[in-house]
Structure formats: C-alpha cells, structure tokens
Design a protein around this ligand. Structure first.
Ligand SMILES: NC(=O)c1ccc[n+]([C@@H]2O[C@H](COP(=O)([O-])OP(=O)(O)OC[C@H]3O[C@@H](n4cnc5c(N)ncnc54)[C@H](OP(=O)(O)O)[C@@H]3O)[C@@H](O)[C@H]2O)c1
Length: 231
C-alpha cells in the first residue's frame, strides 16, 4: 500500500514533533521542515520521515520545497503548518515593525506553503490543511496586551475562510486549530505556578488533527477547532 504524504512545518517545535510522530505512527510518509541550521536537534529514525531545511519566510524557497515533494510523492494528503511565535505588547509598545515581525512569523510562514499545497490539493481533488490560530487571533478581548500577535493570528482565520470558500464543492478542507496554553517546557518555565494539567498537550492536539484526516471526519467542513482543555 502506498503511504499517504503529510507535510509538517516547524517539525522540530513542540507541536511539530508531536504531529510528526502521530502521522508516522499512523503510517503516513512525513516531510517535516526545519529552519536552516536549526539549533533544536530532531532526528527520527524512521524510513518514512524526511527532514528538509527550508526558510519558510522565503516565498520562492517554500514553493520550490512543495514542488519537490509533489514531484517525488505525487500527492500531498495532509499539511500541518505549526510555525509561529508569540510577542507581548500593548498598542503603546507596538510599532509597525513589531506587527510586521509577527505577521511574517505567524502568517507568511503559513501562506508561503499553504498556497502551493492548496493549489496541488485542488488539482488532485482532496486534502486536509491545518493552520494554527490562537485565542488572541480569534477575539480582540483575548488578545489584550498582545497586539501584534493577535493581529497576525487573526489573518489565519480569514485565510482559512477564503480557502474554504474557493474549495467549496471539492474535498479540500482547511481547518484552523486553536490551542489554549500548550503544555511545553517553555510555558512551564515561564509560568511555573500554573496548573499544567489544565493545559493542552501537543500529543492531544496531534491526535485531533489526525482524526480530522480520517474517514470518520470526512464530513467536516470549515472547522475551527478549539482545544483549550481547562486553559
Ligand atoms: N505554545 C502555546 O502555548 C501556543 C498557544 C496557542 C497557539 N500556539 C501556536 O501553536 C504553534 C506551535 O507552537 P509551539 O509551542 O509548538 O512553537 P515552537 O515550539 O516554537 O515551534 C515553532 C517551530 O517553527 C520553527 N520556525 C520558526 N521560524 C521558522 C521559519 N522562518 N522557517 C521554518 N521554521 C521556522 C521553529 O524553529 P526554531 O525553534 O529552530 O526557530 C520551531 O521549530 C505556533 O503557531 C504557535 O503560535 C502556541
């Protein structure tokens, strides 16, 4: 049986690693992107895992990367774009350059791969795309003091709407996953007194993403999936 192919960006990140492991465990071939000279070592001994260095801020490189994968494996069945990052700052502290930084990290890194992947999925007639939103991207209230981050993430929701609108009538679906606080070493260090068990684990997010690619979830359309646990 031919493996299905999944692209996972930010493969060495907290969520990225969990998604890679889940899809490998379920028999997918996984192509994971890492930043050139990634300081985080991430090497999985799995014949179905391919690690590719690509700077997703470069549109041409991102497009070339996706084209290489299509040439090699013919289809892209699932794509999970986990690259993103966070910044604090009220309006008084937020300059245009701060917004641009967050826009690039949270939106451009997704858009640069989403566009060629979406085009491919529309041609092949099926596929599932996952982009990662956040509460501050969903509502301005939740984004108080996180102006640049909230604005950047809000575009993810709008992009998913536009993609789902263009894909109406096909079996190509873009989902926005909205995690609450993810249980990561960085968050534990930053919030040592928090109730970690109230957070959402990267593994449980990966499980839900995988479920959305399964036959059982075939009818899902335009999903915004809030995975908050108690956070
Ligand atoms: N953590 C939370 O509590 C939380 C809550 C809500 C939403 N989210 C969202 O969930 C997603 C995953 O979060 P996470 O905690 O797993 O983040 P993470 O561990 O920081 O992972 C992000 C990954 O993206 C990579 N990356 C950064 N810039 C890149 C670029 N230009 N090209 C290619 N790769 C690049 C990073 O590589 P390097 O580390 O090597 O730079 C890292 O491996 C993000 O979109 C985040 O905004 C997180």
């Amino acid at each position: 049986m031919t493996n299905k192919t999944a692209i996972v960006t930010g493969a060495s990140g907290n969520l990225g690693q969990a998604v890679v492991k889940k899809f490998l465990a379920e028999g997918y071939r996984v192509v994971g992107t890492v930043v050139p000279n990634d300081p985080v070592s991430f090497d999985l001994e799995d014949v179905n895992m391919e690690k590719v260095e690509v700077n997703l801020l470069n549109e041409e490189d991102s497009e070339k990367f996706v084209k290489t994968i299509i040439d090699k494996y013919k289809t892209v069945d699932a794509a999970v774009f986990t690259v993103g990052g966070f910044a604090m700052g009220k309006i008084a502290d937020t300059k245009t350059t701060d917004i641009q930084k967050q826009y690039k990290l949270n939106f451009e890194t997704a858009y640069n791969v989403a566009r060629p992947v979406f085009n491919q999925m529309m041609q092949q007639g099926n596929g599932r795309i996952f982009m990662i939103g956040s509460k501050p991207g969903l509502s301005a209230k939740a984004g108080k003091g996180m102006v640049a981050y909230g604005l950047a993430k809000s575009l993810i929701f709008r992009l998913a709407e536009l993609m789902n609108d263009e894909a109406k009538g096909s079996n190509v679906v873009t989902c926005v996953v909205v995690p609450g606080t993810i249980d990561t070493p960085q968050n534990r260090k930053a919030m040592p007194d928090a109730k970690f068990e109230h957070w959402v684990t990267p593994q449980s997010i990966a499980d839900v993403i995988y479920f959305c690619c399964s036959d059982e979830a075939a009818d899902l359309r335009q999903p915004i999936i809030k995975l908050y646990n108690q956070s």
